[in-house]
Design a protein around this ligand. Structure first.
Ligand SMILES: NC(=O)c1ccc[n+]([C@@H]2O[C@H](COP(=O)([O-])OP(=O)(O)OC[C@H]3O[C@@H](n4cnc5c(N)ncnc54)[C@H](OP(=O)(O)O)[C@@H]3O)[C@@H](O)[C@H]2O)c1
Length: 245
């Protein structure tokens, strides 16, 4: 007699899973009544329940392709992908206040993590998203990536890397509308969330506007559940409101 395969038929993929928003997403998916297989990808080993399949990845193109290979061997389809990777500061790499602060190496590193790595994920995941079942893909962007919303300036690399990410998302959505109509891409602004990324910049946040990762994860999962696959990219904030590109 064959063993009955009781594993869920759909997968939720959280990339950059050490992110505090990513961790909250995983916790809420684990607690959800509708079961999904959870795959978490990170540079670092994560302490996660055994029910979560964790894959280590250093985000080189080869390592990303290897993860894609592993994912292609899973049964069922991928229903949900969240790409969390993003950097604002690290050591002497800090958001620039003026043009004199620009340093090529720092700019390149911010673009690598915020823009190029998510693009490589879309490249590797695209061939896996052919099924007739819908897949919603959220990429953690930021409102400061909106060109039309930029009134304060500064944060050159971070702003530009998220604006470029948004453009990649727009282009990919046009391609997906042709090759896999059931894929919906979302550039997601989580608001200011209490994580290491925002920690040095929380002083001027209005009362009630510094969100917990748990709140933002709940909002994102709800938004993804309700979004129709309409062949277009959406740029949405934590409340599900559209942001002008
Ligand atoms: N917190 C906020 O207020 C806020 C506001 C707007 C937008 N966002 C965006 O939300 C996303 C998640 O941020 P968070 O606040 O949860 O930050 P976080 O807890 O600091 O998480 C950092 C994320 O960046 C990835 N990362 C860090 N260094 C990396 C590197 N060298 N190479 C590749 N990936 C690297 C981590 O992936 P690993 O798991 O592989 O380490 C993780 O996904 C980011 O894209 C951020 O820009 C955050």
């Amino acid at each position: 007699m064959h063993a009955v395969d009781t594993s869920p038929t759909s997968t939720s993929l959280i990339i950059g899973a050490s992110s505090e928003i990513g961790q909250a997403l995983i916790a809420q998916l684990l607690a959800a009544p509708t079961k999904t297989r959870i795959v978490a990808v990170s540079r670092s080993p994560l302490k996660l329940p055994a029910a979560v399949r964790t894959l280590n990845c250093d985000y080189t193109p080869e390592a990303i392709a290897d993860v894609g290979q592993e994912l292609s061997s899973l049964s069922g389809s991928i229903e949900r992908i969240v790409i969390c990777n993003g950097i604002l500061h690290r050591g002497e790499l800090q958001p620039e206040k003026r043009l004199e602060d620009l340093k090529l190496d720092n700019m390149a590193e911010v673009f690598r993590i915020n823009t190029f790595v998510p693009a490589l994920w879309l490249q590797v995941l695209a061939p896996l998203l052919r099924s007739t079942q819908a897949c919603r893909v959220a990429l953690l962007s930021a409102r400061v990536g909106s060109i039309s919303d930029n009134r304060a300036g500064g944060w050159y690399s971070y702003r530009a890397s998220k604006a470029a990410l948004n453009m990649l998302i727009q282009s990919a959505a046009i391609e997906f509308a042709r090759r896999a109509k059931n894929v919906k891409l979302v550039a997601f602004h989580p608001g200011t969330v209490d994580t290491p990324l925002s920690a040095p910049f929380q002083r001027n946040v209005a009362d009630g506007k510094l969100f917990t990762p748990e709140y933002v994860a709940k909002q994102l999962l709800e938004i993804l559940r309700e979004l129709p696959a309409d062949g277009q990219a959406s740029y949405l904030d934590y409340a599900g409101k559209t942001i002008d590109w």
